[in-house]
Structures are given as structure tokens and as C-alpha cells.
Write a protein that binds this ligand. Structure first.
Ligand code: NAD
Length: 481
């Protein structure tokens, strides 16, 4: 294990200046509990300064599409160079395995490249006006214009990539950004400012304010000069943001309890079980918004699948996330692990059976599979956000579609089957932002439109789609003789 030797101090960044003022909070290594960094928290005055500067920058400096393309492309190259160091930093502050951290940085690179490419193809459309008489000569078309100042508020679980998923499209679209990352994991995100500076982004295009959600985050919500909020996090905070910001634009990427259906005709059950165990129990230690949480396995294959899934879960290596062989590290905090443990215990008291796992040790939860469940148990109907899978048997297609939809969430669903008719029916009837056929719900390409329905969110991410969200479509009507 590499020892953390240097203590970091992370301040706010406004117009390129690093400011070390305000209350402080400590960020720890989630495995060793070593002190990693001291973070300065922004008070209301600091947030106002950051927004004032972002507004002035937006009004005074216009970057051409080519400038934006070059800056975003350079940022991708800098990230490639700094990959190792940033991945290690992520593992320390989040507790996720080093393998996951490398994937996260690679996704950051990809997202920057897509955003760079898209910055050169932002366009509107011609608008026919067929209701007008032939005598009335008018030409109508739309252009997409940047919204202005975008506030980006991000979560702890994929802190780096999800911040890039907001900043890169915002810059590609010509906006300025005020960024507030999660107080539990703000270290690696703060490096984005230096990366963009080195890439040539002028000061003021990304201002950083750190701090707690209920203070720094809240001050952002009440600054009416912000034109748009792009948020990834919990349903509770997302709903609060939507209710607080009136008619201003909002995109919300929230939680879920993703269902994955394994039909009786699914091919290669062993491989599917391996995929489910990895993406439900190991990826981000089960703290992914699209984690495999509910598995509905057909009764004809239930016992065989249960055995494969149990074997795969037991083979996962739990331990120090800095070891390259580790699959599952600690959750973000002991408090969260206690919550997960209490939900497992509550399910067991009500009749659930622990197939494997179920125990907590400090912030670690053993990879856990539960069965004999009812739909109202928290482990089934709420977002567990830990390495716990609920395994449920079904008989009929009608029944499983109904059960999969029986959720307040609707982010992504997985379906394994060889039956084309089931695929077509599920694509039409599953109430989710994405249906992934013959792969698990825990699939996200940075190219795809990503976002949920119901309580899972509002609006889409993925640079191509986020740029649309972060621009207004303005109509131009030219009257001529
Ligand atoms: P969280 O909602 O607790 O915090 C997210 C961010 O909101 C943090 O920066 C926090 O400081 C801030 N915040 C908290 N209160 C605020 C307030 N009153 N005003 C403004 N900002 C405030 O979420 P978390 O625990 O960091 O992340 C986990 C959640 O994120 C899970 O529910 C997960 O499903 C969700 N998530 C969703 C996606 C997606 O793309 N749909 C991706 C990753 C995570």
C-alpha cells in the first residue's frame, strides 16, 4: 500500500484564484481513515463571488467553437497523462477498487473527447411557417445558444466522471460553470480546475465552491443569477432542488433500485450470474445508481442461477481497495454501512433468507444475496446503495413486467432472454429511461442518452444530450420583401 505522505489543502477557485477561507472539513481515506485533505467550505459571500465572476466571464469572454474543441481535446490528453495519480486519489477518497477508479478516469477522457467533438456541431433547424400566406415573406430558423451560468452539483460515488459529465458539455455549449462537488469526496474533482487551466480554458469559466450541501449547496439554489442547475445525487435532494429553483432549468440524475430479469431461455446462466455479481456487488461497492439490485429469475432456472450467483458472490475479494486484486472495498462511511446492515436485518426479521453474506465489519458490507422477499421490504423497494442483491422468483412474463415496474424509480432495467417477442414487449412496457437487453442494468456508455423516468430524474446526460439541455433553442424570423 502506498502511504499518503502529503496533506492537501483544497480551497475555492474563483477567476483562477485559489482561496483558502472559511470553515474547514476533513476528508479521510475511506479504508485507512487517514486524514487526506482539509477542505475550505464556501459561505454565502463566497458563493455570490463565484457566481458574479461566472456571470461576468460569460458576458465578457466568448470562446469560438474551435477554441472549445481544442481546450476540451487538450484536457482529455492531460487526463491521459495524469491517469495513474488521479485513479489512486479516487480510490483513497471514495474507497472504490483501483480497477473501478481506472474505469472512471477512462470514462472522463471519453466524455471530454465526445464533448470536444460535439462542440463543433451545435446547430438549430429551419422552421417552416406554413400557416402564413404566400405574400408574407419570412424566413424562420433556430439557433442554439448557451444558457449562461450553470451550477453543477455532484455526488460522491463517481465524483470525477460525473463532474466531467456536467462541466465538459457546459463548456462545449459555451456556458460558464460554478461547481460544487460532494463533501465526502471532493479531492479528485478539484483537480479538474488545474486540468482545464493547463488546457487553456480562461479563468472564470469553471469556478469551484466546496462545502456541505445544506450550506454551500443551498446558497447556490438561492442565487437567481444562475440560469441552470445540473444535479446528480439522491431523490430527496433532487426534489428539493427542483422545488427551490422555480422556473429555471434543471436536470436531475437520481437514484434507482434497478431490476434485472433472467428469463428461462437466457443463454449461459453462469456468465450472467458472474455479470450480476460483479455489477451488483463489486462495481463501486454496490454504490452505483444503476447497480443490479433486484434480480427476477424464472422459476425453471431459479435454483441453478442462485447457485451460480452465490458462487460468484463468494469469489469476490473484499479488502483494501488499493490492492489490484480487490473487488469490493468499504462503503463511503460507516454510517451508510450501518444503514445497509439495518435494512438487511429488517428484511430477515420479516422472513427474508440470507443466501450469502449479510454481515458488516466497520464500513464493509459482505457481498450479500437475499431471497424469500416481499415487495415492501426496503432492500427491494428502496435504493440499497450497497453490495446487496435481492433474488426473486417469477413464473409469468406479465407478472415480472408488473413487478419490475412496481417501483417509484425508473432509471435502467436489464433483461436476459432469447425470446424476441419478450424483448419487444419489455422494450415497450418497462417504465425506465433505458432497457438493456442481454446485459445488466449497470451499463452506461458515455455516448448514450442517460437519465431516468419517475423519481429517477428529469432530462438527459451524455454530452450530445446534455448540450441540448444546456442550450436554449432561439427562433429567428426574418421578414423580407
Ligand atoms: P446527495 O444527494 O446526498 O448529494 C449530492 C450532492 O448534493 C452533494 O454535492 C451534496 O453536497 C449536495 N446537496 C445536499 N444537500 C443539498 C442542498 N440542500 N442543496 C444543494 N445541494 C445539496 O447524494 P450522494 O449521497 O452524494 O450520492 C448518492 C446518490 O446519487 C444516490 O441516490 C445515487 O443513486 C445517485 N446517483 C445518481 C446517478 C445518476 O446518474 N442517475 C449517478 C450517481 C449517483
Amino acid at each position: 500500500m502506498v502511504k499518503q505522505t502529503k496533506l492537501l489543502e483544497i480551497g475555492h477557485v474563483i477567476n483562477g484564484e485559489h482561496i483558502y477561507e472559511g470553515e474547514t472539513l476533513i476528508v479521510e481515506n475511506k479504508f485507512t481513515n487517514e486524514h487526506l485533505a482539509t477542505i475550505y467550505c464556501a459561505d454565502e459571500e463566497m458563493v455570490k463571488k463565484a457566481v458574479t465572476n461566472a456571470k461576468e466571464t460569460f458576458q465578457n469572454i466568448k470562446l469560438s467553437a474551435q477554441d472549445r474543441y481544442e481546450i476540451l481535446s487538450k484536457a482529455a490528453n492531460i487526463l491521459r497523462r495524469r491517469k495513474e495519480e488521479l485513479a489512486l486519489s479516487l480510490t483513497r477518497e471514495v474507497g472504490k477498487s483501483l480497477k473501478d477508479s481506472y474505469v472512471e478516469i477512462d470514462r472522463g477522457i471519453e466524455t471530454l473527447i465526445i464533448s470536444a467533438e460535439e462542440s463543433r456541431r451545435i446547430f438549430g433547424q429551419g422552421v417552416p411557417l406554413p400557416n402564413k400566406t404566400m405574400e408574407e415573406k419570412k424566413l424562420a430558423y433556430t439557433v442554439r445558444v448557451p444558457v449562461g451560468v450553470v451550477a453543477a452539483i455532484t455526488p460522491f460515488n463517481l465524483p470525477f466522471t460525473l463532474a466531467i459529465h456536467k462541466i465538459a458539455p457546459a463548456i462545449a455549449a459555451g456556458n460558464t460553470v460554478v461547481l460544487k462537488s460532494a463533501e465526502l469526496a471532493p479531492i479528485t474533482v478539484a483537480q479538474i480546475i488545474d486540468i482545464f487551466k493547463e488546457a487553456g480554458l480562461p479563468n472564470g469559466f469553471i469556478n469551484l465552491v466546496n462545502g456541505y450541501g445544506h450550506k454551500t449547496g443551498e446558497y447556490l439554489l438561492h442565487d437567481e443569477r444562475i440560469n441552470m442547475y445540473t444535479f446528480t445525487g439522491s431523490v430527496g435532494v433532487g426534489t428539493h432542488i427542483k422545488n427551490s429553483v422555480g422556473v429555471r432549468k434543471v436536470t436531475l440524475e437520481l437514484g434507482s433500485n434497478s431490476p434485472n430479469i433472467i428469463h428461462k431461455d437466457a443463454e449461459d446462466l453462469k456468465n450472467i450470474a458472474q455479470l450480476c455479481a460483479t455489477r451488483g456487488l463489486a462495481t463501486l461497492n454496490g454504490q452505483a445508481c444503476i447497480s443490479v439490485q433486484r434480480i427476477y429469475a424464472h422459476k425453471d432456472i431459479f435454483a441453478e442461477f442462485e447457485q451460480y450467483l452465490t458462487d460468484a458472490a463468494r469469489a469476490l475479494v473484499v479488502g483494501n481497495p488499493e490492492e489490484v486484486t480487490t473487488d469490493v472495498g468499504p462503503l463511503i462511511s460507516e454510517r451508510q454501512a450501518e444503514r445497509v446492515e439495518s435494512w438487511i436485518e429488517e428484511a430477515v426479521v420479516n422472513g427474508a433468507i440470507v443466501v450469502t453474506g449479510g454481515k458488516r465489519n466497520r464500513a464493509f458490507i459482505e457481498p450479500t444475496i437475499l431471497k424469500n422477499l416481499t415487495p415492501s421490504m426496503k432492500v427491494v423497494c428502496e435504493e440499497i446503495f450497497g453490495p446487496v442483491i435481492s433474488l426473486i422468483e417469477y413464473e409469468e412474463i406479465d407478472e415480472v413486467i408488473k413487478e419490475a415496474n412496481n417501483s417509484k424509480f425508473g432509471l435502467q432495467a436489464g433483461l436476459f432472454t432469447s425470446d424476441l417477442n419478450f424483448v419487444m414487449r419489455a422494450s415497450a412496457e418497462l417504465e425506465f429511461g433505458g432497457v438493456i437487453v442481454n446485459d445488466v442494468s449497470t451499463y452506461r456508455s458515455d455516448w448514450q442518452p442517460y437519465g431516468g423516468v419517475k423519481d429517477s430524474g428529469l432530462g438527459k446526460e451524455g454530452p450530445i444530450y446534455a448540450i441540448k439541455e444546456m442550450t436554449d433553442e432561439k427562433v429567428i424570423i426574418i421578414n423580407y420583401n
